[in-house]
Design a protein around this ligand. Structure first.
Ligand code: ZN
Ligand code: ZN
Length: 602
């Protein structure tokens, strides 16, 4: 970046003038919105606007003299490039230590000074940690200021896309049934009221969908479940009269989006409000009427929606077959065109997205396609741009991580393909990652096992060689909802009771190896928790195992066969037989020939 004309330096200068005026020593800008979503509408992409760092996660702190961006290893290469010349330092943090900035602030801001953060985008749990740490250091926390507004002239407005209904049969459980099961959870918590801000929870409870947030079929809203009925706080005009009447029949009233705070303020004596401290903001918690009792616990819907019903699982299998067929069509084109026409990482995104768009039930992508050739594949969150992308030519490994939203499910798959000659070192990495994917895919474990405990099963073959990767092994996946959802997480996260593995959960398995500047390997499938038929049959309680849902060949040309055991080869061959059987009826011509060739036993 040219430091003389950097818009980032100018923005930081303007911000520091505002800090001086408000007598604030430091501003904290989390990557968050009032719904604590992963993908943020433009209006709340203040961290990106102020820092120039475009990664999906990261926390920015600007003090009167310093600026620092906190990001984990997934983003280091990208952040170093994007922050160059801005005057913002990259603070490299370990995965799972996202609150490092709290100690950083508490250690630097002098006692008596003030730290500001917009309470509208500060998670309640995080806000508590921040307040305790700053309080102990004698630093004041202010959450009533939105300091970005003053210096951000073209700040985007709230998204205003229409809301639509997720209809049966794909919406396999009725809105009334879902509200009833949420009320059961409220009753167990002793609550009369329950306030929900997370947009995927609201979409799940109401069987509504939208397109306010890129890649996630959700809409901005808050929901207050009351003793009689529920109130949906949603932007004017987003829900038409017919849909409003349908909702009213199920006891769901509409209210203006901005009305949530006032509704919380009206709660009082005799009311007990259930809120999830990880899923409600500090700003809205502060609005709750002082007479009301508050119970903090996980949203009942977060647990309920993670466990897909048998009917939902059946639709997911169908979506996976459609997605796999799209992959076959794409790869058949790709292998035919390679060396014949110019293919870049961007062409891959275009062609793969077009192949998905031809498939039944397709709605949109579930995240932006990652197509990374060689060194670009070593950046787990790489995204090719018009200004910077690689041409697929020569020798090496091509990593493609992509996914779709279908009316009957959400997909997420990573495959790696050989281009030209693949070195022995590349094959070794590839085979070790495949061993990790298989090792976890074949695991059996007691029902209720805390999902972080499973993480090392995927790392085991890599650790044996002294190799590590810096991201989690697996995330929960929604049902025509967010591609990343909780509460389970196969990662190094500190386990809590809500991360227990239960039947019906869908999770990714995606270990990797990344060699900066050289290549990256990741092999990702989605798996469903199903009861395991163990030899001991219940003597030690219920056991679970994984049904692999993703249907797409795993390249066998990159395998170093000497590194695989006979049982691993048998698993891979059985997987490929299933892939061929399930996908063959859905493809023809070159795609069928490609599927047949790529699913041959080894
Ligand atoms: Zn993925
Ligand atoms: Zn994934």
């Amino acid at each position: 970046m040219d430091t003389r004309t950097s818009p980032i330096r100018l923005r930081l200068t303007q911000l520091r003038e505002v800090l001086a005026h408000e007598k604030v020593h430091a501003l904290l800008v989390p990557s968050a919105d009032p719904h604590l979503s992963e993908y943020l509408p433009g209006r709340w992409q203040g961290r990106e606007w102020l820092s120039g760092f475009t990664g999906s996660m990261g926390t920015l702190v600007v003090t009167v003299t310093e600026a620092a961006l906190f990001a984990d290893s997934r983003y280091w290469e990208q952040a170093e490039a994007e922050l160059a010349g801005t005057g913002i330092d990259l603070v490299k943090i370990a995965t799972g230590t996202a609150t490092t900035f709290i100690d950083w602030l508490a250690g630097r801001v002098p006692a008596g000074e003030t730290v500001a953060v917009d309470g509208q985008v500060l998670g309640l749990g995080l806000g508590g940690q921040l307040q305790r740490a700053l309080g102990a250091a004698g630093v004041v926390l202010r959450t009533d200021l939105d300091l970005l507004d003053a210096i951000w002239p073209d700040r985007p407005a709230l998204p205003a896309q229409p809301v639509y209904e997720h209809l049966p049969p794909m919406a396999a459980q009725s809105r009334a049934d879902k509200l009833a099961s949420v009320r059961d959870g409220m009753a167990r918590a002793g609550a009369t009221h329950h306030f929900v801000s997370t947009v995927d929870d609201i979409a799940w409870i109401t069987n509504l969908r939208g397109s306010d947030v890129t890649y996630n079929p959700v809409f901005l809203a808050h929901l207050l479940v009351e003793p009689a009925g529920a109130t949906l706080f949603v932007g004017d005009g987003k829900i038409d009269a017919a849909l409003a009447a349908t909702l009213a029949a199920d006891g769901v009233r509409l209210a203006p989006y901005a009305g949530a705070a006032a509704a919380l303020a009206r709660l009082g004596g005799g009311d007990t409000l259930l809120i999830d401290p990880r899923r409600v903001t500090w700003g809205l918690r502060e609005k709750v009427g002082t007479g009301a009792a508050v119970v903090e616990a996980i949203n009942p819907s977060t647990l309920l929606k993670s466990r897909k019903t048998a009917a939902e699982a059946a639709f997911v299998r169908e979506a996976m077959a459609e997605d796999g067929a799209a992959m076959c069509e794409f790869y058949a084109w790709f292998e035919g065109a390679l060396g014949q026409e110019r293919i870049t990482e961007l062409t891959i995104d275009e062609k793969l997205s077009a192949a998905r768009a031809r498939r039944a039930g397709f709605v949109g992508l579930s995240f932006s396609t990652i197509a990374g050739f060689n060194a670009n594949g070593a950046m787990p969150h790489y995204r090719a741009t018009a200004e910077s992308h690689a041409v697929i030519e020569g020798d090496g490994l091509l990593l493609i991580d992509s996914g779709g939203q279908y009316l009957g499910g959400t997909t997420d798959i990573t495959r790696v393909w050989p281009i030209g000659n693949v070195s022995a070192a590349m094959k070794r990495d590839y085979t070790l990652v495949l061993k990790g994917t298989m090792n976890l895919s074949r695991a059996r474990f007691p029902r209720g096992t805390l999902s972080p405990m499973l993480d090392s099963l995927a790392r085991f073959p890599l650790w044996a060689e002294g190799i590590e990767f810096g991201h989690g092994t697996g995330h929960g996946v929604g049902y025509f909802l967010n591609v990343h959802e909780g509460p389970q997480s196969i990662s190094k996260a500190v386990p809590d009771a809500h991360m227990a593995m239960e039947p019906g959960m869908i999770t990714s398995i995606e270990p990797g190896v990344y060699r900066p500047g050289q290549w990256g390997v990741r092999i990702e499938n989605l798996v469903l928790n199903v009861p395991a038929a163990t030899p001991e049959a219940g003597a030690f309680g219920d056991f679970l195992e994984f049904e692999t849902l993703t249907l797409c060949p795993i390249d066998t040309r990159c395998i170093d066969r000497a590194l695989l055991r006979a049982d691993e080869i048998a698993w891979l061959n059985a997987y490929h037989a299933t892939v061929r059987e399930r996908l063959a009826p859905r493809v023809g011509g070159a795609a069928l020939a490609w599927l047949t060739a790529r699913t041959q036993p080894i």
